[in-house]
Design a protein around this ligand. Structure first.
Ligand code: NAP
Length: 255
């Protein structure tokens, strides 16, 4: 999406991406870096984070690595504080880190519920709260939260995950209303089934069953999510806020 003349659209922008060491988060980080943003990579997987940072520096981009657990408010605050110390500002936050702990409700342990809600929903709260004061001060900011098609349609065996991802949608719309007048947009992207480490261990029979439900008849790619995130972070999307963008091969269609 570089502008005519080759100018990168995120030159001098500072972008935090959580869950950036693999899958969709890695694709988003690489995509934003290609557009000139300095990427703050956040994840619990330190070695993989370093690998992503190396990929970025090899292609002449800039990245900093923060090993942090998004479910911990103190760690989210530490990351935001250090980024503001170093760069004075945070332009973009992509809340992408997420986990699954699938089980039928009858068998679901309290720990499986708590861990999924802590990472997928409280993690979005933690990082959004950590950056919002700086964005308000700058009267500029873009937040994109990664939800899921499962948050819209539900899925047997994923009541914890669906609840967390539906919660992200309510959070997105509420925060969007709070900060819209300060030059900050807050949107959600709801991916369908995407080929990443999160889905690669599904049995082939389950994957085939899902493909049957997807009108385009394939899983999506991480880059297909990253492209939409890039658009929502761009100045071209300044008038889009509080929206949920479905990127799911037609699996669920807007009413
Ligand atoms: P992934 O390959 O499992 O990557 C997620 C990354 O987040 C992993 O590196 C993971 O580390 C990290 N992470 C987990 N807990 C964390 C925490 N507490 N703090 C910081 N980082 C943490 O998953 P993905 O498929 O790329 O998914 C990315 C996002 O898209 C998630 O929010 C997911 O729910 C959502 N999504 C995915 C799909 C799909 O089909 N793949 C569909 C809809 C929505 P560990 O590996 O160590 O846990």
């Amino acid at each position: 999406m570089a502008r005519p003349g080759g100018e990168m659209i995120f030159k001098d922008r500072v972008s935090i991406v959580t869950g950036a060491s693999q899958g969709i988060g890695e694709s988003i980080a690489l995509e934003l870096s290609r557009e000139g943003a300095e990427i703050i990579l956040v994840d619990v997987q330190k070695e993989k984070l370093e690998e992503v940072a190396q990929k970025i520096s090899k292609s002449n981009g800039k990245a900093a690595v923060f090993c942090a657990d998004v479910s911990r408010m103190d760690q989210a605050m530490d990351v935001a504080e250090k980024v503001v110390q170093d760069h004075k500002k945070i332009d973009h936050l992509v809340n992408n880190a997420g986990i699954t702990r699938d089980n039928l409700l009858m068998r679901m342990k309290e720990e499986e519920w708590d861990s999924v809600l802590s990472v997928n929903l409280k993690g979005v709260f933690n990082f959004s709260k950590a950056v919002i004061r700086n964005m308000i001060g700058n009267r500029y900011g873009r937040i994109v939260n990664i939800s899921s098609v499962v948050g819209l349609m539900g899925n047997a065996g994923q009541s914890n995950y669906a609840a967390s991802k539906a919660g992200v949608l309510g959070f997105t719309k509420s925060l969007a209303r709070e900060v819209a007048a300060r030059g900050i947009t807050v949107n959600a992207v709801a991916p369908g089934y995407i080929a990443t480490p999160m889905t690669e261990n599904l049995p082939d029979s389950v994957k085939n069953m899902f493909v049957e439900l997807i009108p385009v008849k394939r899983f999506g790619t991480p880059d297909e999510i990253a492209h939409v995130v890039k658009f929502l972070l761009s100045d071209d999307a300044a008038y889009i806020t509080g929206q949920v963008i479905n990127v799911n091969g037609g699996m669920v269609m807007s009413p």
